[in-house]
Design a protein around this ligand. Structure first.
Ligand code: FAD
Ligand code: NAP
Length: 510
């Protein structure tokens, strides 16, 4: 009989079998590879069960999460809910369970030192371990987590500051994951420094009179996965600051956004170009001491003094063209804001706006609006119904979706206007449709010239049912509507009658 060694794979001394700490791998079920895990983390699924909130975790709270289907582990002060990861863990569930409900840093370091766990588990991040409060003898600590979870709104952010010889860094800990450069608006003027962070429907304000002078420009950085914002200021003089400054109105407050007033800064008109016979592209430049990015689908208010009274009207910023790349800005400050604005000769505000000369100033507010970018996540079909300047919110939505939503199969715009001359960016839209096969545009005119061979009339159930064709029966759909109020209201009703659900429709209104 041949002496055949028993089949063994991986080999007894293989790195696949035994890692440095003597850890053996277990066979993973199908669909549970690293790639599958990465796909899951990018799917937008809530892997912590906390709907994107980051919380402070006490030791008592951590200990409670010690079961397979509810397993929290602390690694270097950060707490992760590893239950969704269990089946994907190459070392198997039992190994992860050894650290369940406790600090697993040492265990982790024995076998995983080389693993970039921060990135692998970033969607599982629950929050940080809370500092142990110094409690009088006999008093039991209250569970901060239970308190936080019980509350309706997000947990209150906090801030801190640090300095080097030449820099002062203000750090805002938002305790929230879906934070980006749009979330924070910074204005420095005279001796007032103001940083407003928008977290869901709440606003957190750092508002101080700085103790020393700073240079005009500053940078803003966001560490998204831990919800940290850093505002880096440059000192005018290299001296040590004893304090950041003294508090101004509402400093360190965290209140519902609806309860905050609109804050304005003066922006300079840098260009104005004709787009149609009555619509112009205005470009405004933000002051160098402002960081402001208007989120996709949101609007701002423009304010002008007209006959001694300050008049305010809402406008929706657009990109400078339909072909602008929609990426995270390389520069910390996006300094230009573009608007497509129709001038109504008999209107109150727009004729005044049209009178502005290059170099003149106009006040621009902080952004407002209820569109949230997650509405586009995992979308397959995007339908845009726009009438007249109701096209403006569609511009960024369209750019963003085509550039950032990998699941997107098609985007269709139905654009309602009176005549061909009224169509904003017609040739750009046609070029885009030619260039990107996912995009289609259809123009509908209410008062066309005799030669018009395209669609005509008003928004109607017949037009909509033909237009709103899903790419499959189960495809994820969003329909955005914007135009004169009656257009939007009628459109909404028709969409409901066509059995689209509330979640599948977004109407842009004031
Ligand atoms: P208004 O004085 O409001 O008049 C508009 C028209 O109505 C004029 O033709 C006027 O003669 C007529 N009119 C006024 N009052 C009456 C009346 N009593 N009876 C009959 N007719 C009347 N617009 C854009 O161009 N671009 C944008 O990006 C944009 N974004 C917007 C975002 C939001 C959230 C909202 C709500 C609106 C947006 N608008 C936008 C519209 C904008 O806010 C103004 O309504 C528009 O610019 C008209 O302002 P106006 O003061 O010049 O005209
Ligand atoms: P417009 O040229 O007057 O109208 C555009 C098209 O819509 C025309 O074909 C028009 O037909 C049609 N229309 C108008 N009223 C209608 C109705 N009740 N039902 C069906 N169709 C209708 O539009 P505009 O002057 O550019 O005005 C655009 C509107 O969009 C403004 O009211 C503005 O406030 C709003 N807007 C809102 C937002 C927002 O909320 N975020 C953003 C931008 C713009 P006819 O004129 O031939 O009848």
């Amino acid at each position: 009989m041949l002496n055949v060694p028993s089949q063994s794979f991986p080999g007894p001394s293989s790195q696949q079998r035994i890692a440095s700490g003597g850890r053996s791998k277990v066979p993973l079920k199908q669909g549970r590879s690293l790639m599958d895990w990465i796909r899951l983390t990018k799917s937008g699924k809530d892997l912590t069960g906390l709907r994107g909130r980051l919380i402070e975790v006490t030791e008592e709270e951590l200990k409670k999460h010690n079961k397979k289907d509810d397993c929290w582990i602390c690694i270097r002060g950060f707490v992760y809910n590893v239950s969704p990861y269990m089946e994907y863990h190459p070392g198997g569930e039992d190994e992860l369970m050894r650290a369940a409900g406790s600090d697993g840093t040492d265990l982790f370091d024995q076998v995983h030192r080389w693993v970039n766990y921060e990135s692998m588990l970033k969607e599982c991040l629950v929050g940080r371990m809370a500092m142990k409060p110094a409690l009088p003898k006999g008093m039991l600590p209250q569970s901060q987590v239970t308190d936080t979870l019980a509350k309706e709104g997000p947990s209150s952010p906090s801030y801190d500051w640090f300095q080097t010889d030449s820099l002062v860094t203000i750090v805002i800990y938002t305790k929230q994951k879906d934070i980006n450069l749009d979330s924070v608006i910074v204005d420095h003027r005279d001796d007032s420094f103001r940083a407003e962070t928008v977290i869901k429907d709440y606003s957190y304000l750092v508002h101080v009179a700085l103790s020393h002078e700073i240079q005009e420009d500053f940078s803003v950085l966001v560490v998204e996965n831990v919800g940290k914002i850093e505002i880096i200021l440059k000192k005018k003089e290299n001296i040590s600051w004893k304090c950041l400054g003294h508090p101004l109105e509402n400093h360190n407050s965290f209140i519902p956004k609806k309860d905050t007033g609109l804050f304005y800064r003066k922006c300079q008109l840098v260009s104005k170009e004709d787009v149609t016979h009555d619509t112009k592209l205005f470009c405004l430049m933000l002051p160098p001491s402002t960081h402001l990015q208007v989120p996709v689908g949101q609007h701002v208010y423009l304010k002008l003094p007209i006959t001694g009274t300050e008049i305010v009207k809402p406008y929706t910023p657009v990109s400078d063209s339909l072909f602008s790349e929609f990426k995270e800005p390389v520069l910390p400050n996006n300094i230009y804001i573009y608007f497509l604005i129709k001038i109504y000769p008999a209107g109150f505000f727009t004729p005044e706006l049209d009178q502005l000369q290059i170099g003149d100033y106009i006040s621009v507010s902080n952004p407002e609006g209820n569109f949230i970018i997650s509405q586009l996540q995992e979308l397959e079909d995007l339908f845009l119904l726009a009438a007249g300047t109701g096209f403006t919110p569609m511009v960024k939505v369209l750019n963003y979706a085509l550039t950032n939503i990998p699941s997107l199969r098609k985007v269709k715009l139905m654009f309602f206007n009176k005549t061909e001359d009224d169509i904003i960016w017609r040739s750009q839209l046609e070029k885009l449709a030619f260039k990107d096969k996912r995009f289609e545009v259809e123009f509908v005119l209410s008062a066309p010239a005799y030669e018009w061979s395209g669609k005509q009339g008003y928004i109607s159930p017949a037009l909509l049912s033909e237009f709103l064709e899903r790419s499959s029966d189960t495809s994820r759909v969003l329909i955005c509507l914007c135009g004169p109020t009656p257009f939007t209201e009628q459109g909404m009703k028709m969409l409901h009658d066509l059995n689209f659900s509330k979640d599948e429709i977004h109407s842009f209104t004031a």
